[in-house]
Design a protein around this ligand. Structure first.
Ligand code: PLP
Length: 400
């Protein structure tokens, strides 16, 4: 390609062009059967995705947000509970918590992995809560409510340190729902289990988004929940379908949160390519790592030995993030920021009384992160141009 062509942040056109015939035939099949909602395409995809995630069950839903919310409700989170997560995530994580009726609360992240810091989680229970003698469950002193669940977020496609989080969860009898919306197929080596485990298979449930830009993306909105619990699977199927297990018999009030057949069929086609796309993302990440290793003042992603990330995003840190973005834009290189304002400082959560300084690692990182172009079809020549742009910027501006 000529050297001055724009490098997109994400290329969603090429993979769809490559699979056009297969995808179009799904559309034709749905048209000819008029099976728009539910049916074999949804069930097939659920079985395939459960297998991909080493989970017993998968429940297709309308979005990743629904996935987090239904998982929490099905696991037993109720109105008045407190659910702990991180402020370094997309707001859907906390929307789902609030919409499940709970009060959200945060702990800080780890400075290297950018995911929930288990030490901060442990400190949260020691500092903010007491353990009720009768139930053995933590109760928040100031908020006067039980803390019942924790939502670690596998941010950018890398699992949070689940052994440590699960140990704390067991100690405090917590529900754990993994927000795996960015982490399809990511793996974590559990020392406790002595094996590699897939995102979404390690806790009560894992929530996935198939928003088009995700590693496995629909051609519209879609999501799924994985679980090893038959009871949870049944509850989540009811929640997504107006609380009914049998048509017009509503045992509970639910939602319109189903995965439609067209998206399920399209996802089945794409799922067959996901392992290859993941390898391509991992290779691209390794190439960036090699190219950027010696660039002064650039922090590349940390990959602990217990992690096999799927690089939904490739996020570096620099001191002058805006400057770097401007320079790369002048070289026709698109970048992103995931996410610029930590959730505890968002206007939407003003009423909760959080303030600057509450989660210092989250706040520091939010000022320094830049997401570089990352997608399976990214070419080495494009990566070389991105790295050259970063290098040029680093050499003229003080990045420390
Ligand atoms: C970490 C995280 N959680 C939840 C979601 C919500 O997914 P969706 O947009 O499919 O509702 C997303 C994706 O946008 C996400 O990145």
């Amino acid at each position: 390609m000529p050297n001055n062509e724009k490098i997109p942040f994400l290329d969603l056109i090429t993979p769809h062009k490559e699979l056009e015939q297969e995808l179009a035939s799904v559309f034709q099949k749905v048209m000819s059967t008029a099976g728009f909602v539910g049916g074999p395409m949804v069930e097939n995809f659920e079985n395939e995705f459960a297998a991909y995630c080493d989970s017993k069950y998968c429940v297709g839903v309308a979005s990743g947000t629904d996935a987090v919310r239904f998982a929490l409700t099905a696991a037993g989170v109720k109105a008045g509970d407190i659910v702990v997560t991180v402020a370094h995530t997309f707001i859907a994580t906390t929307e789902a918590i609030t919409q499940a009726g709970a009060r959200l609360d945060f702990v800080d992240i780890d400075e290297k992995t950018y995911a929930m810091d288990p030490k901060k989680l442990q400190e949260y229970f020691e500092r903010e809560c007491y353990v009720d003698r009768e139930t053995g469950r933590p109760f928040h002193r100031k908020l006067r409510a039980p803390v019942t669940a924790v939502v670690p977020v596998h941010i950018y496609g890398q699992c949070a340190d689940m052994d440590a989080i699960l140990e704390i969860a067991t100690k405090y009898k917590l529900i754990v729902v993994e927000d795996a919306c960015q982490a399809h197929g990511a793996e974590y080596f559990s020392k406790k289990e002595n094996r590699w485990m897939k995102a979404g298979s390690m806790s009560h449930a894992g929530a996935f988004s198939f928003y088009p830009g995700k590693n496995l993306g629909a051609c519209g909105e879609a999501g799924a929940i994985t679980t090893n619990s038959e009871e949870m699977m049944r509850k989540m199927k009811m929640l997504r379908d107006h609380g009914q297990a049998k048509k017009y018999y509503h045992d509970i009030e639910g939602y319109n949160g189903r995965l439609d057949s067209l998206q399920a069929g399209l996802l089945s086609v794409k799922l067959r390519h996901l392992a290859k796309w993941t390898r391509e993302r991992q290779a691209a990440a390794a190439e960036y790592g090699r190219l950027l290793a010696k660039v002064d003042g650039v922090v590349t992603p940390h990959q602990p030995e217990w992690s096999r990330p799927v690089y939904h995003l490739y996020v570096i840190r620099v001191a002058d993030r805006e400057g770097l973005q401007k320079h790369l834009a002048s070289e026709k290189i698109d970048t992103g920021i995931h996410y610029p304002i930590p959730l505890h400082l968002q206007k939407a959560y003003e009423g909760f009384g959080y303030k600057k300084g509450d989660f210092p690692v989250t706040e520091k990182i939010a000022l320094e992160i830049v997401s570089l172009p990352m997608f399976p079809q990214l070419q080495p020549a494009q990566q070389a141009r991105v790295a050259q742009g970063v290098q040029e910027f680093a050499s003229v501006s003080p990045v420390h």
